[in-house]
Every structure is written in structure tokens, then in C-alpha cells.
Design a protein around this ligand. Sequence first.
Ligand SMILES: Nc1nc2c(c(=O)[nH]1)N[C@H]1C(S)=C(S)[C@@H](COP(=O)(O)OP(=O)(O)OC[C@H]3O[C@@H](n4cnc5c(=O)[nH]c(N)nc54)[C@H](O)[C@@H]3O)O[C@H]1N2
Ligand SMILES: Nc1nc2c(c(=O)[nH]1)N[C@H]1C(S)=C(S)[C@@H](COP(=O)(O)OP(=O)(O)OC[C@H]3O[C@@H](n4cnc5c(=O)[nH]c(N)nc54)[C@H](O)[C@@H]3O)O[C@H]1N2
Ligand code: SF4
Ligand SMILES: [Mo]
Length: 812
Amino acid sequence: MSEKEPHGGISRRTLVKSTAIGSLAMAAGGVSLPFGLKSAAAAVQQATAPQPDKVVWGACSVNCGSRCALRLHVRDNEVYWVETDNTGDDIYGNHQVRACLRGRSIRRRINHPDRLNYPMKRVGKRGEGKFERISWDEALDTVAASLKKVVSQYGNEAVYINYSSGIVGGNITRSSPYASLVARLMNCYGGFLSHYGTYSTAQIACAMPYTYGSNDGNSTSDIENSKLVVMFGNNPAETRMSGGGITYYLEQARERSNARMIVIDPRYTDTAAGREDEWIPIRPGTDAALVSGIAWVLINENLVDQPFLDKYCVGYDEKTLPEGAPANGHYKAWILGQGEDGIAKTPAWASRITGIPEDRIIKLAREIGSTKPAYICQGWGPQRQANGELTSRAIAMLPILTGNVGIHGGNSGARESTYTITIERMPLPENPVKTQISCFTWTDAIARGPEMTATRDGVRGKEKLDVPIKFIWNYAGNTLINQHSDINKTHEILQDDKLCEMIVVIDNFMTSSAKYADILLPDLMTVEQEDIIPNDYAGNMGYLIFLQPVTAPKFERRPIYWIMSEVAQRLGPDVYQRFTEGRTQEQWLQFLYAKMVAKDPALPSYEALKKMGIYKRRDPAGHFVAYKKFREDPEANPLKTPSGKIEIYSSRLAEIASTWELAKDETISPLPVYASTFEGWDAPERSKFPLQLFGFHFKARTHSSYGNVDVLQAACRQEVWLNPVDAEPRGIKNGDLVRVFNDRGELRIPAKVTPRIMPGVSAMGQGAWHDADMNGDRVDRGACINTLTTHRPSPLAKGNPQHTNLVQVEKA
Ligand SMILES: Nc1nc2c(c(=O)[nH]1)N[C@H]1C(S)=C(S)[C@@H](COP(=O)(O)OP(=O)(O)OC[C@H]3O[C@@H](n4cnc5c(=O)[nH]c(N)nc54)[C@H](O)[C@@H]3O)O[C@H]1N2
Ligand SMILES: Nc1nc2c(c(=O)[nH]1)N[C@H]1C(S)=C(S)[C@@H](COP(=O)(O)OP(=O)(O)OC[C@H]3O[C@@H](n4cnc5c(=O)[nH]c(N)nc54)[C@H](O)[C@@H]3O)O[C@H]1N2
Ligand code: SF4
Ligand SMILES: [Mo]
């Protein structure tokens, strides 16, 4: 199937037809024809007239954190034109949910010539990408037989469902391991080794609850009540692009409050891009040092909110230090240099670490200390670092020290929250296997599973793993290769099929992960199925979209519900019955929606929603304010921390720090301190690999999804950002092809030489498709950053420190 330009192929064909009709009609009209001929002409005209467009409601379901409505124009069972939401009056707060450049190009994914069409089995070495077409029966029989064998030989703990977010926006089709049909099937068949955490938020989601009991932030719209916005590594203009999403709220809310905006980021981001009042470039991984320098000024200039700290917090100073903590173990002592390390965290100290001039730190401190309310937040870039657990809690110290928590216009220091209409998910029977690993450590669990322990590797539910991973399900994910770290090492582990014995990949494309499949199954896309889905991050306007199959299934692509039901059938009639409960996909949808309506009677009926396509609702509570009730009455509404208060000093973390096995360059601390880390700006390897490197979430793609769409590749090129200060001595000019390398691998990529990135730091969009000859030089010409990242996890969350890397860059 080839691609069609919207007004190319198809309208050309209509043009030819209408010319023919025109000449016939002219003949019919001009010369008075006998009646029979006239009606024949009319019949021809009718038969050849273009069919009216069928417009089908769909949605973009990839994991970009937004979720956009699409109206797909279909002719002859083919999508040829894509529009987005056009409903309502399009006023702020009840606005249209407009798709970004990616969603609008979805036709190029749906109709892509490289889509998977048939089930296949591997014929070459694993990872070589050599496959042979097989029947569905053979594919499903093979999968079921392998599953039975692994379960009987090793137990269910040897079966793993890999992290995957390709269809985080689906409901029936959802790919999240917490709510996928694959997990449902496995729980009907004795369970699987599950994971905790996500590649998105591993560090912050683990760490923030030690401070607050949860990880909530005020809604972005609440910025209309703020005087100051301070963003640490948060780039909604790229990461929340949709019209339903956060970047629009930010713009509109600031228009209303006129709040000053300070962007703290190693890059001058699209969110800044002329809309900021100040950009403060910072060395990656050093935000906690900046916070400490600011805290030093706040304390010394009496700008802290002492009554707030006394009433709501634990461990700020001696007064509220919990029992069992060392004397001078409190935050104030650490900042002032009266703690164990004896170092005062002065602006000069912070300047040396962060690369931010001392006077700018002092000015920022005074501004934060004197402007209220202030919306201080962080994206997830700062926490995707090797010391990200400390960083995320440290950033929260600024709103805590200044009493900005729990009030309108303030924030907790976390990322924004969002309002959602509660969706009823496919029920997930309980997983009989209680063992868990971190989402990031699965390659270790393949290579050395039984060596992994609770206190060294973060195994949960057991002291250690008993068996290695032997079977992997990989549904709608590219984290088997492209999105996981250290591709060359991952390749070695996966290529050995004596380690993990079976890999099942279910996808739409021959991704780099799909190349490692033993059995490769072609799925329908979400837009090709019926589903009802909610918004993801959409501020305080929630919505539901009712998707209809945009075309009939083509080739031998099958929906995931069918695929999993067929595997269930082969595992036994009882498994099949438990899995399907006797329902078809459509019956499930009706069943789940009926449950939603029962709980939320204001929802439209199933049929009405189907007609509407999209249903929107503003948050009836207005702006969301994190920890508002706690602020109003902390006794009646304690936080979910052990003390019920904000824990600046966490006794639980002190306990972990003293019992876990940690390497010398890993820090777990009861206080949100700054600590340097492996592969950080001051790590010894820097003499060999002098540039810090991180990958940002890029508008060209959602991770790797949409990465094969040519117009997007052309519009937003894959480049490595380098400051002229670093480029010049290397003889690198803008547009030059460069080698980026470290001990783990090498990639080739054009350079973008720009003052938009701070000296000593380099960055590239993450998610580009890995493209290397793995039997040859292994140089990645697709420029996937995970050629260079490490398998070594962060100390507490055991999460992916994929933004912490050191490299060298040379002209190719
Ligand atoms: N277009 C697009 N949007 C997406 C995605 C995508 O792939 N493409 N992915 C979605 C998903 S799943 C997620 S999890 C989110 C991710 O959202 P984030 O994790 O917030 O996105 P990042 O681009 O990794 O990081 C945000 C910013 O942090 C900066 N940064 C990196 N390290 C540091 C640091 O140490 N300190 C400071 N201050 N800043 C730092 C980066 O330059 C970047 O501008 O985005 C979602 N949105
Ligand atoms: N170095 C580095 N690595 C990172 C990150 C980083 O910032 N830096 N970010 C991390 C983060 S936050 C995340 S969330 C992960 C994301 O990593 P993944 O969850 O792997 O996300 P994608 O790369 O988008 O891969 C999604 C896959 O789903 C498939 N897919 C999409 N739609 C459908 C469908 O309808 N049906 C089926 N069957 N398949 C479909 C796509 O073809 C694609 O192969 O990456 C992580 N990796
Ligand atoms: S990629 Fe995200 S913002 Fe863009 S259309 Fe899809 S859901 Fe919307
Ligand atoms: Mo993510």
C-alpha cells in the first residue's frame, strides 16, 4: 500500500471521472437526447460521483501525556485526510482538543508501507531481523506451548511483561502493564513477575511520597492566581503539546495573572522561547545544589515561612527533628554547615556546582522569598538523572520553605495535576506472584536473576529472585531495545536465546525491539478498533473520546483482544472463560461503560456518546490545589507520611540508607541534600568523556512512535545540541556530521551549534530509531541516545538514569 497525498492521488482520480461525466452530461444536455440515453447518463453520473466522506472519530493514543481527538476522513476503506476536534465554541476551559503535528500525521502511520501484515517467526539469530511468515494458528500454538513450558519448568515468576507505553491512551487496548489485556491473561494463568515504577517517573514517584505521602501538584490553570512561575526542567510546549493540554493552560493562565516566569533548564526550551522572563541554564543533575544555595539565602535573610515549617513540617530545625535522628541532622543545620559534612551551602558553593553565577542565585532566592504566591514546579527531566530521587525532593523544598504548599497560585514543587473523568478499566484479577522488580532492571533479571536481592537490587515482595526471566511479552512497546538503556549490552543479553527463551512482540512496525522477537504478531492500531478513552494530562477539563474502527481490518492484522483470547483458549478452557467472561470486545466496552454511568450518572448514554465522539467536562471543583485540605486543617487531614506531616527529614529513608547496599558514588539520605553521582559533571570519567549528555522528549516523535514519518523527520531534525564554546575547539560547525561516543557505544548525528544549550552539556531528542549493523561496526546511524546510556540504576528507585551520561563529540 503506498501513501497518498490528501489531494493528490484521490482527487486526481475524481478529476478524471468528473471530466468523463462532464462530457457525457454535455452530450446529454447540449443535444436533445432520447429519454433512455438521458437516464443512462444520470445513472452513470450517480455511479461515478464521489462517495461522500465518512468521518470517523478517532484519537491519538500514544504516550505523550496528552490525548487528542481526531476526525478521520475515509474513502474506499482508506484514511485519506485527518482533522481534529471541531466541537463546541472553543473557549478556554471548554476548548477544542486539537491534535499536534504528530496526531495530524497519523494517516502516514496508518497507511505506512512498512506496517506489519502477517504473523511471523524468527528464522535467523535473535536480533538479526530475519523472519518467515506463518499462520495465526502456528503463531498462537507456539506462544501457548512456550508459555506452558516456561511456567511448568520455572514457575510464573519467570514470565515478564515488559514496560510499554505505546497505547497508554487505550482502554481495551491499553498497553500499560498495570491494565493491559496481556496482564489480564497472565493473571488468569497463574501470574507473572511484575514491576514497579515507570521509565517516566521512576525517581520522583518513588521519592516525593517520602516528603508528602504522594506526588501531587496544583493544576496549571491555577497559575492565574500566581505572581511567579519557576519551572525546573519542565517543557510543556514540547511534552504537553495538545490543545487539550497543559501548554495552552500555561499560556492562558499567565495571560490572566501576568506572572513572571523563570525557566531553569540546561536548554533554552520551546516553553521559554521568548515567553519567559528569565532563562537560567543549569548543569544537569545539580538542581539540588541550586536549591540549597537558595535555601541558604532564604534562611540568612529571614525569608523562610517559620510558622508554616513549625506547624506542617518535620525536620526543618531542631524543634521538629524526629526521635532517633542525629543531633544537627535537620535541614537547617545541613544548609548552614552545622551538619555532618560541615559545609555551608552558600551561593558561592552552589555556583561552583551548578554553573550559575552567585549573584543570580542570590537574586533568584530573594525573588522566590518575596513573591507570593509562587508556582514552583518541576518536569521529569531533573529526576531522570542518577541522583534524581534527591533532586525531586530538593526542588520541593523551595515551596516548603516559603509556605507555598496547599494554596491557590502556589504548588508543591511537583509537576501539574490534571482532572479526569474516571474511566472503568478492564478488570485485572489479582496477580498470584507477589515478587516485583523495578521497571528498569529486567535486563539484569534475565542475565543474573537469582543474584538479585531486595537490599541491593530493589527486589520487592521477596528477599531475592528465585528464577531469571525466561519469557517476555512485549506489547506496544519499544523498550526492549530502543527505549531501554545501553543498546549494545541489551543486544548481548537478548541475543542469547538460552537466557530468555521466548520473546513475543505485538506491534504495528518492524521496530528495533520487534527485531528481537521470536514470534512477531501484527496488531490493529487503536484507531482501527472500538474503544472509549479518557484524557491524559488535560488541565482541568476532562473528556472522553469514543473511537470507531476507522477502516475494516486489513491483511491479517488482529485486535489484541482477539489475540489474547486465542492464546487463552490454547492454555485451557478455564483460562479462556476467566479471560473473556463470555464477552466480545464490544460487549466489554458496553459493560464497562454501563459501570461508569452507574457511578457517574451525568455521563451521556453509550449511544449518545457514540454520536458525540467527544464529551467534555470542566473540573467542578475549579483549580486543583495539592494538599489544600491538609493546609486548611492538618490534624483532620494528615498527609500519607508516617508522621502525617511534610517530612523534610524522613526516618524511613534514614532506615533504608543504613540497611541497603550502596556503592561509594550512590547516596540515599533522609534529607533532600545535593550529592554528586556516577557519571555526573564532577565524575572522574569526565577527563575522558568531557561533555554531559541527555535526551529530551522531542516534538518530532512520541518516544519512537511516529519516528518513521518522513514529514516529521524533515520538520524537526534529529540533531545534537552543542554550545559554540564546545563546538569551535572541535572544529564543528552547525550541520556537520559528528560522532558521539563513550565506552558503551557510538552514534552519528548532525550537530546543532547553538547558544540555546549551556557549555559543557550536549543534548538530543530521545526516541530516534536505532540503526546499526550489529554484526559489523555497531555505529548507530539512527542516533538513538540509548546507544550511549547505562544499565546502572539510580540508588533508591532503581530507576532509569537516562539523562545522566558523559560522552565525547568529534567531527565524523
Ligand atoms: N513531544 C513529546 N512529548 C512527550 C513525550 C515525547 O516523547 N515527545 N513523552 C511523554 C512522556 S512518556 C513523558 S514521561 C514526558 C516527559 O517529560 P519530561 O521528563 O519533563 O521531559 P524531558 O524532555 O525529559 O525533560 C524536561 C526538561 O528537563 C530538562 N532537563 C534535563 N535534565 C535536567 C536537569 O538535571 N535539571 C533541569 N533543571 N532540567 C533538566 C530538559 O532539557 C527538558 O527541557 O513527556 C511526554 N511528552
Ligand atoms: N534515553 C532515554 N530513554 C528513554 C527516555 C528518555 O527520556 N531518554 N524516556 C523513557 C520514557 S519516559 C518512556 S515513557 C519510554 C517510552 O518507551 P515506549 O513505551 O517503548 O514508547 P515508544 O517508543 O513510543 O514505543 C511504543 C511502541 O508501541 C507501538 N504502538 C503504537 N501504537 C500501537 C498500536 O496501536 N498497537 C500496537 N500493537 N503497537 C502500537 C509503536 O509502534 C512502538 O513500537 O522511553 C523511555 N526511554
Ligand atoms: S502526539 Fe500527543 S499531543 Fe500530539 S496528537 Fe497525539 S496525543 Fe495529541
Ligand atoms: Mo514517559
